[in-house]
Design a protein around this ligand. Structure first.
Ligand SMILES: [Zn+2]
Length: 108
């Protein structure tokens, strides 16, 4: 949780995001992460928050939704994502998430 907070601060600054973002960790059954764009709140699954690489990817993914103020995965979304994490790093994080949650992964 402490690590997740530091990740939030670090990634927000790398994205040049000036909006204050709230982070919640909760036990989800199927969701990996979600973002409420109106309240600028990111929620990530408790099991996944314990893995640094997975938490990094999930927080970054949701922060980009907040920065762009859209739930769509546009070209701009991926440009920002891959400006901060390598494609291989994202792929590895997703694979780890699927393995931790035994395949039950959904995210916005
Ligand atoms: Zn998304």
């Amino acid at each position: 949780m402490e690590e997740a907070s530091s990740l939030l601060t670090l990634l927000s600054s790398q994205l040049g995001l000036d909006r204050k973002v709230n982070l919640r960790i909760k036990k989800y059954r199927k969701w990996a992460a979600s973002a409420n764009l109106r309240t600028a709140t990111i929620t990530i699954d408790e099991d996944l928050a314990n893995s640094y690489e997975v938490a990094k990817y999930l927080i970054l993914h949701e922060l980009i939704h907040i920065k762009l103020d859209t739930k769509y995965h546009s070209d701009e979304f991926y440009r920002l994502l891959y400006s901060i994490m390598e494609e291989d790093e994202v792929k590895a994080a997703m694979e780890e998430a699927v393995s931790i949650k035994r395949g039950k992964i959904r995210m916005h």
